[in-house]
Design a protein around this ligand. Structure first.
Ligand SMILES: NC(=O)C1=CN([C@@H]2O[C@H](COP(=O)(O)OP(=O)(O)OC[C@H]3O[C@@H](n4cnc5c(N)ncnc54)[C@H](O)[C@@H]3O)[C@@H](O)[C@H]2O)C=CC1
Ligand SMILES: O=C(O)[C@H]1O[C@H](OP(=O)(O)OP(=O)(O)OC[C@H]2O[C@@H](n3ccc(=O)[nH]c3=O)[C@H](O)[C@@H]2O)[C@H](O)[C@@H](O)[C@@H]1O
Length: 448
């Protein structure tokens, strides 16, 4: 098929590369000159697992242009994958999508063949029917569903595994204005995915609500696990992992995204929850669970902070290991670790931080109020407490006996994801978040 993709960022370029590597002819368009120049030089401008190798298979079918008319005339479907930033009220802005639609609509007016406009960006429910469709119809003078098609086709991919998730999805969601458009988009995915996903076709509004509610449901699972973890902490002998691992065996629940720990962060989950609440309010209803999911997530940082306050002296250095919102990325947007760092600094603690990839991004957000370390052993030197935050694999494999000698005697070791369970440790007071203490000994109550 002939596809155009407008917006070649973290999701758009991976999408374009997947289609092109599977033999579809793809025209990519981005307003960022750096991205276009790099692609024209056959270089990969985005840091995402497997993208470089996929592009090697895609180059022969992937061209770039800065001309919208060229992109529309030479394709049957246009995917729009531009940002939809959140406003202060939690709603996503359609500004960038509208910019693209204003450029596409006059071309639709001129084009005689049927063309499908496929919005992939995450949008507020109601955007397609109330905003995109009237905009395109008014400017093109054509009728949506008859002369051109409008599709809402969000992706369920996580950063770091965008390509794997894209090629092996559980489902493909297609909201559509008409059957012809959904059939075209379905064929595009059938000929691209490695597996045979469920392909679900529905109205535009239902697809918009489905995308947002899926992310909110997943975060509800995470917050459930974190609430359970906070209860387990108070119960001698209780262990969050033993319980959630077993809960996950029930197919009504499932194991994925049920890990108690630091809570969720990043550029997607937190803002999707806020948008869902704004959407419910706008619809004259209320997302009561959603508000609790966010409150429980915020309280994880408070739990960590309170343990640190209780178990250390203010003049002791606190070493935070892991700053990105999850391992495998340098992104610190809405990172729980960054929140904890700010909370500690504001309370007067001396904070030292380490991360294998996110130090530079963290410095942009935190400034010089903490000390930054490339070497974890230097970060923990003389610390009264070490807090294991983002669960990078390297932390499990550090020489913990050596670290025991570098830190203060009996330093607190607070392990958000319990990665050190079973690891031989030095002289620490070890606390796994979500683990109740079954041995209370005077003077060193948290030793396990
Ligand atoms: N990154 C991800 O894994 C996921 C992203 N999404 C959604 O996809 C959308 C895009 O996200 P990302 O790819 O992460 O954003 P991004 O910021 O990495 O990329 C967006 C790209 O669009 C380009 N752009 C903006 N306005 C344009 C215009 N008028 N014409 C041409 N290009 C334009 C920008 O230059 C940029 O390269 C957002 O709505 C996001 O919520 C949804 C699921 C996963
Ligand atoms: O809509 C989006 O844009 C995307 O948002 C998330 O993707 P992403 O934010 O990249 O990352 P995830 O790997 O899902 O992790 C999100 C957060 O949840 C946390 N998490 C994950 C799993 C878990 O059991 N517990 C938990 O706290 C992680 O630590 C991380 O902070 C979704 O997983 C994607 O399906 C979706 O397409």
């Amino acid at each position: 098929m002939n596809i155009s993709v407008i917006g070649l960022g973290k999701l758009g370029l991976c999408t374009a590369a997947c289609f092109a590597a599977r033999g579809h002819r793809v025209i990519g368009l981005d307003k960022n000159k750096y991205i276009v120049d790099k692609l024209q030089a056959k270089q990969c401008p985005i840091d995402e697992n497997d993208l470089k190798q996929l592009l090697d298979k895609a180059w022969q079918n992937l061209t770039t242009t800065t001309d919208t008319e060229n992109a529309i005339f030479n394709s049957e479907i246009t995917l729009i994958i531009v940002p939809t930033p959140s406003g202060p009220d939690g709603r996503f802005s359609n500004k960038y999508i509208e910019d693209v639609l204003y450029a596409i609509a006059p071309v639709l007016k001129k084009k005689n063949e049927f063309h499908v406009v496929d919005v992939v960006s995450t949008v507020m429910p109601g955007s397609c029917d109330k905003c995109f469709k009237p905009l395109l119809e008014n400017i093109s003078g054509k009728v949506c569903g008859r002369d051109f098609g409008l599709v809402y086709n969000p992706e369920f991919v996580a950063l770091g595994s965008v390509i794997k998730d894209f090629l092996d999805p559980d489902m493909v969601l297609i909201g559509t204005s008409d059957e012809h458009s959904s059939a075209l988009v379905r064929d595009l995915y059938v000929t691209t995915c490695n597996n045979s996903p469920h392909i679900v076709i529905m109205s535009l509004i239902n697809a918009e609500i489905t995308k947002l509610s899926l992310n909110c449901f997943v975060t509800m699972k995470i917050s459930f696990a974190n609430e359970l973890a906070s209860i387990c902490e108070k119960v001698p002998g209780a262990d969050i992992d033993v319980i959630t691992d077993t809960l996950g065996l029930d197919t009504r629940i499932g194991k994925k995204y049920l890990r108690g720990g630091l809570g969720f962060g990043g550029p997607c989950f937190p803002r999707d929850n806020m948008a869902f609440q704004a959407f419910a309010k706008e619809a004259g209803s209320e997302a009561r669970l959603g508000a609790q999911v966010v409150a429980i997530n915020n309280s994880v940082v408070e739990r960590l902070f309170n343990i640190i306050v209780k178990k250390t002296n203010k003049n002791q250095r606190i070493a935070l290991l892991g700053l990105s919102y999850k391992p495998g990325t340098h992104i610190v947007e809405e990172s729980q670790s960054i929140r904890l760092a700010k909370r500690l600094v504001n309370a007067g603690y001396l904070v030292a931080v380490h991360d294998p990839e996110a130090l530079s991004n963290a410095r942009d957000v935190l400034g010089e109020v903490v000390t930054y370390h490339d070497d974890p052993y230097l970060c923990v030197q003389g610390a009264g407490a070490i807090v294991l935050l983002t669960n990078w694999m390297i932390y499990k494999h550090l020489d913990w006996r050596r670290i025991g000698n570098l830190t203060r005697d009996g330093a607190l070791l607070l392990d958000s994801w319990r990665v050190l369970k079973g690891v031989k440790l030095g002289n620490f007071r070890y606390i796994g978040l979500g683990v109740g203490l079954d041995r209370i000994t005077e003077g060193n109550p948290y030793e396990q």
